[in-house]
Design a protein around this ligand. Structure first.
Ligand SMILES: Cc1cc2nc3c(=O)[nH]c(=O)nc-3n(C[C@H](O)[C@H](O)[C@H](O)COP(=O)(O)OP(=O)(O)OC[C@H]3O[C@@H](n4cnc5c(N)ncnc54)[C@H](O)[C@@H]3O)c2cc1C
Length: 481
């Protein structure tokens, strides 16, 4: 039997259910990746993400080649390309791991329908999450809409089933069919229509493994505090790897649980906090899967103040936010980190999102789109879920009208300004006591440190206290109306 393994967001060999099943059931396997032309042309994702994906594919291709198997690739409409590949290569079966984005579900259904007419067997597998939406349900069988309830059931399910990662298949047999033309090298980012950039986080399964090991041996044991400090390397930075599946959630959680043994009682809480972040990830995947409407609008019709009307003022504010020129150093450092590296610290993501929605009163979907275009880890479920959380329209909305104060957040989580100085060089000479709100420096002080506010670094775009009051007043009017 000849089987095609269609790789998508699962670019690894270890704990890879579709690949494992194909190797078990087929005499010959043909790994395939398809570059989706219309997705690439839409530029929903940016150069950082595309370059990272290509790095992962390069490594996957080498790992397969070491085992005597060639990764083949095609470019075009994935439905047409996969169906054509199955026909041309006379495949008996097609294997893939499931995805939960509405557009992808539709695409996969189309492939399945087309292949049903040709007799090619389609086998699909759970991979991207430990538990799919249908496996974690409330007492009435409905999808859960609160993270806390979801988390309780997720852990009960883990305890009951104790999942463990699959090993790399021992034997992979390449197709011996001589009619196969040699596979050309993978395309470059330029050939796909994107700039060439070196991914800030190293791509590929080997790097994911190294990073996980480094994290499990060190920072996980202080994660409870470390995760909030953008100036230190306190979180795993594995998000792009989870996004492209160079490490599975099951592998990471199993490794973290194994860290209990090494860390002793003191680190147990930290390890659990980290695993809970992966449960959040699964929660947002199940929200997307069960409520696909979230991609087009709010999860719930919350009484939140309306966004500012379109027009030049809105555009000016949005551009300043995107460019990291708001005059709020922590916001600017975050946006510049995103623009320069394709990644932003989670605490700062929350601060910049709150600032966009509450201080500038701009629509959260603009922020969501900008993040998708810039992030290495751009993921529909996590991005949408978190933006809706920050905008108070999501499943677990921020309670009441909670509004982050960017200056207090900065003082608390970047106390010495190391993060700000790393990304806002104009402020590098500013003393720590002024770094969080440099506009309060005297003119003398500004001259002394060589940073004139309003010239070298912008004045604050808004008065936070006033913006907060206006937002709350607008919210109050909606409630009492
Ligand atoms: C406005 C906003 C947008 C976001 N957009 C994305 C996105 O597009 N893609 C993305 O992967 N994450 C997104 N996040 C979640 C979070 O910021 C990143 O997952 C995290 O910063 C990645 O860093 P890390 O790998 O060091 O995480 P760690 O702290 O080491 O956490 C481990 C893993 O858990 C998952 N995780 C952690 N926090 C969250 C969370 N709040 N929601 C969902 N999963 C989480 C990630 O897969 C992460 O790699 C967003 C958060 C906010 C506030």
């Amino acid at each position: 039997m000849r089987g095609i393994v269609w790789f998508r967001r699962d670019l690894r060999l270890h704990d890879q259910p579709a690949l494992t099943a194909a190797c078990r059931e087929c005499d010959e396997i043909i790994p395939l990746f398809v570059f989706d032309d219309s997705l690439l042309q839409s530029h929903v994702f940016g150069a950082a993400c595309v370059n990272f994906m290509l790095g992962c594919l390069q490594e996957l291709s080498m790992s397969l080649a070491e085992r005597g198997v060639v990764l083949r690739w095609r470019r075009g409409n994935p439905v047409e390309e996969v169906v054509r590949a199955a026909r041309e290569w006379k495949a008996d079966a097609l294997y893939w791991n499931r995805d939960y984005e509405p557009a992808t579900i539709e695409r996969d259904r189309a492939v399945q329908q087309r292949l049903a007419q040709t007799g090619v067997v389609v086998r699909t597998f759970k991979d991207h999450v430990v538990f799919e939406s249908e496996e974690i349900r409330g007492a009435t069988g409905d999808p859960l809409q609160r993270y806390s309830a979801y988390r309780t059931r997720w852990w009960a399910k883990w305890q009951a089933t104790k999942p463990s990662p699959l090993p790399i298949p021992r034997a992979m047999t390449a197709s011996k069919n001589a009619v196969f033309p040699a596979s050309p090298p993978l395309p470059s980012a330029l050939e796909l229509g994107y700039d060439l950039v070196t991914p800030w986080i190293e791509p590929g399964e080997r790097n994911a493994k190294k990073r996980l090991q480094w994290f499990i041996e060190g920072p996980i044991h202080t994660y409870g505090n470390g995760r909030n400090m953008p100036g230190i390397d306190g979180s795993s930075r594995l998000s792009p790897h989870f996004r492209f599946g160079t490490v599975s959630a099951c592998t990471a959680i199993s490794a973290a649980l194994g860290a209990f043994a090494k860390g002793g009682r003191a680190s147990r809480a930290d390890v659990m906090i980290w695993i809970d972040e992966l449960v959040w990830r699964e929660f947002f995947q199940q929200v997307l899967s069960a409520f696909p409407r979230v991609v087009n609008g709010p999860f719930r019709n919350a009484a939140v103040p309306p966004a500012r009307e379109p027009g030049p003022e809105r555009n000016r504010l949005f551009q300043a936010w995107c460019d990291g020129k708001t005059g709020f150093p922590i916001v600017d450092a975050g946006m510049r980190q995103l623009n320069q590296t394709g990644w932003m610290h989670n605490r700062v993501r929350m601060v910049v999102a709150s600032f966009l929605v509450k201080d500038l009163r701009l629509d959260w979907q603009s922020g969501e789109r900008y993040f998708m275009q810039r992030l290495l880890d751009a993921d529909v479920a996590a991005n949408n879920g978190n933006w809706q959380w920050c905008a108070a329209t999501g499943t677990d909305a921020m309670r009441g009208y909670r509004i982050f104060n960017p200056v207090l957040q900065s003082k608390k989580f970047d106390p010495d300004g190391a993060y700000i100085r790393a990304y806002v060089p104009e402020l590098s000479g500013v003393a720590t006591r002024w770094i969080h709100e440099p506009h309060v420096m005297s003119l003398d002080e500004q001259g002394r440190v060589g940073c004139r506010i309003g010239a070298d670094y912008p004045l604050p775009l808004v008065d936070h206290a006033q913006a907060r009051r206006e937002y709350l007043d607008l919210g109050q009017q909606l409630v009492t109306r």
